[in-house]
Design a protein around this ligand. Sequence first.
Ligand code: SF4
Length: 368
Amino acid sequence: MTEKNKIMVDPWGQSLVEDYTRLQKEFGMQEFDKTMFPEPNLQMRRGVNFGVQDGETIATAIKNKKPFYVLSGIMPSSEKIHLGTETVIQNIRYFQDHGAKTFVVIADVESMATRGISLEEGKKRALQFHIPAYIALGLDPAKTNFYLQSENKKVSNLAAICSQKITENEFRAIYGSVHPAKVMSAFTQMGDILYPQISEKMPGIIPVGIDQAPHIRMVRDVARRLKAEQGFFLPSALYNKYTSALDGSFKMSKSASELGKIEIPEKDLSILEKKINKTLTGGRVTREEQKAKGGEITKCIVYEYCKNHFIKEDKILQNMFEECTSGKNLCGECKAKYGVPYAKKFYEDFNKKFEEAKKIIGKIRFVD
Ligand code: SF4
């Protein structure tokens, strides 16, 4: 593949990905098959997950009740999370429910290196917002090992070991630059991903957005190179698609304007309603055309949000789909019947559980 045609995926920036099949090839993924894991969750069933690496290893561990882990990171750079992060949390929850030892790292070192957030501020944001939000979205705190990057000596030692196994040119080929903050963050992340294998050699799976694919590529290379001396399993990964911005253009970026994105939380439900009402639809040019041909649902971001996040009941989603594609509903009617009420329901539920989760934050167990 020529440089021109190569898809550059940037874990710290914003990438537009239209061709997931090409990405699967470029990053050596298998296409995700929803029958791969038992009792697939909503995201797996509805095509939000599109790629996987070494998923069979994890499927076998689940089936045989053998130890494995799931790990994810919280970047405490702001007191909001992308709606797309809900997919990652639901996948962590899925593996947790299926026997995984669960690790959630507070990436305070990375947040300091790449966004200039002090360690104290990162910890405060994690405790006041991120951890309660993850619990509100379904993570079981009693079964989750949380830790701070800055306080985990084993992670920093592992990062140093990993740094011996990659050349400058290899790093540049994967990330496009050798900016010191990127180097620091990438090796720390490698330490995180391999950390659970220090105390117990077991396979692990990392549910991620596609923007994290470069980290996974590099940690798998390093784990392979360290296999003989450390006995590491290559980390498995489950990839989800980007969540579109309201105008359908890019993934929901932190840099998009406040009204151009939906995040978690959305405290003011009247603003949420305005956002849903201005979200791109697959509506036809005229009412007559839509009645005759139905909406172009594959282009509709309201439907994407409902399918991937807001409508949990399959039957209701099916009704939304049929009423759109048959031309029964015009977009205004559809938003009033499905988009707005189910978005509000999602956030009301979140807000309630978030307040409850904040009350138990003093009991959270940190490991090191
Ligand atoms: Fe989207 Fe609903 Fe319009 Fe169909 S009718 S294009 S699902 S908003």
